[in-house]
Design a binder for this molecule. Structure first.
Ligand code: TGC
Ligand code: FAD
Length: 391
């Protein structure tokens, strides 16, 4: 089945892409077809992250696509970054999560808020996958409201002493480093680079997930961890520092969700053309055509939204609220398409023979992480009315 995939391009978006965009996109597409699609169902079923794909992710530029080449990144523009995320998530949202976290939540804060020494020490190794990272913002009692975090560090002269816990952290069970957001004695949020092996630092895995099963999720526990002072990210503090990273990751998700939707649509369309009931293909019935017609329409709208957002990002003009809208809209679009596409396949839709049910379950995490659907509605609401309804 993987080699049958065709990407819908109803409004000839490819005509707006540069030669470099197409090259980057097609390389990622071929890699997903060869190295992800054939194995991902098995890894999702056994709830295991396929660590052997790390090298391939690095080779297609998925680790730091827009980080400058001098630090080991691919030096690409934001549309190429989006296209890579789209292709990876066509394979699996959990694999795209690994790339999002490494690029936008680990490499980006080191690049944007780190010292030159930190950039040189970590970025090239993160770009090749020699080092893997994770991002600790969410806590057991502070998810949508990260500003209330209680994880904290105290200045002990020659080091910081870190205490607290983070929950729901993608890649934590195998990450070599963690970007951890914690409050200092004045209650100001700062980013710290915590390394595996530091005494008092542990990363227990979260089991029994029905969603994002091919991605490893876990906790970060800090029990009097001594963090060297040179591991503080000095360039930015306050809640705006982690939120700035989320802007970049949410942008990638807006593109990634299109990939998952494309795979569901493509699978449903093929199935509908081949499946015969009452003497004719189900694709020839009005009800199934309505589903398929609505799917391609929504995918096309999402593609245009992501593309324009990519242009704005390239120009440095994309606002947090614009990015939030695209993340919310495109993930919601994808989850609705997954639910409809699953029904087109009837009973076959619930099996691992087809990717739809896996995408559908994965998207339940994607619609929750990086800001829930509700929180993104409230971000748009605050932006257009001037009234913050969170608090
Ligand atoms: P608020 O008062 O709005 O803002 C606090 C300060 O931050 C500034 N700011 C930003 N700065 C830079 N970039 C942005 N995008 C910014 N947004 C806000 C703001 O100007 C303010 O600065 P200052 O100087 O005045 O202090 O903050 P709030 O506490 O009211 O919260 C706003 C809210 C609810 C929107 C925010 O907290 C939020 O987005 N909550 C959702 C939490 C979330 O998205 N968590 C994600 C965790 S990471 C994750 O899920 C990874 S999954 C990865 C994967 O597997 O792919
Ligand atoms: P809550 O904040 O408790 O929300 C519960 C419900 O209440 C939601 O429906 C929400 O929309 C609603 N709600 C909350 N506040 C309001 C309000 N003011 N008004 C109206 N409704 C409201 N975090 C990280 O830091 N790093 C990671 O790598 C990471 N990876 C993740 C991977 C997975 C698989 C999952 C599921 C989560 C991950 N997260 C990560 C955490 C994720 O960002 C949070 O789950 C998310 O921000 C929501 O927080 P919460 O789960 O505590 O829900």
């Amino acid at each position: 089945r993987p080699d049958l995939f065709e990407a819908p391009d109803y409004y000839n978006l490819d005509d707006l892409l540069s030669e470099e965009h197409l090259l980057v996109r097609d390389a990622a597409r071929q890699w997903v077809k060869r190295d992800i699609s054939p194995i991902i169902e098995e890894y999702a079923q056994k709830a295991e992250f396929p660590t052997q794909i790390i090298k391939g992710l690095a080779e297609i530029g998925a680790f730091g696509p827009y980080i400058p080449e001098e630090y080991g990144g691919a030096g690409l523009d934001q549309i190429s970054y989006g296209l890579i995320m789209q292709e990876i998530e066509r394979g699996d949202s959990g694999v795209r999560s690994t790339a999002s976290v490494q690029s936008s939540l680990v490499m980006y804060p080191i690049f944007a808020y780190g010292t030159e020494e930190q950039r040189k020490k970590y970025l090239p190794k993160l770009a090749t996958g020699e080092l893997m990272g994770c991002f600790g913002l969410t806590e057991p009692d502070h998810g949508s409201n990260p500003g209330g975090m209680v994880t904290n560090f105290k200045d002990k002269g020659d080091h910081f002493l870190l205490n607290g816990a983070k929950l729901w952290i993608s890649n934590s069970p195998f990450a070599d480093i963690a970007i951890v957001w914690a409050k200092n004695e004045e209650g100001r949020i700062h980013g710290l680079i915590v390394e595996r092996g530091m005494e008092g630092f542990s990363t227990p895995e979260t089991h029994n997930k029905w969603s994002l099963r091919a991605s490893a999720t876990g906790e970060l526990i800090f029990d009097n961890v001594k963090v060297p002072k040179q591991n503080l990210l000095p360039g930015k503090s306050g809640l705006g520092a982690p939120l700035g990273c989320l802007d970049s990751a949410r942008y990638g998700i807006a593109w990634g969700a299109i990939g998952a939707a494309m795979d569901c649509y493509d699978t449903a369309l093929r199935y509908a053309k081949e499946r015969v009931q009452f003497g004719k293909p189900i694709a020839a019935t009005q009800l199934q055509q309505k589903k398929l017609a609505e799917m391609i329409t929504e995918i096309t709208k999402a593609q245009l939204l992501a593309f324009r957002l990519g242009q704005l990002k390239n120009e440095g003009k994309a606002t947090t609220a614009q990015i939030s809208m695209a993340k919310r809209n495109n993930v919601d679009m994808a989850i609705k398409i997954a639910r409809e596409a699953r029904q087109v396949l009837g009973g076959m839709g619930i099996t691992g023979e087809y990717p739809i049910m896996r995408h559908m379950m994965n998207l339940e995490s994607v619609i929750t992480y990086e800001g829930t659907h509700d929180i993104h509605l409230l971000i748009t609401g605050a932006d257009i009315t001037g009234h913050q309804a969170f608090k």
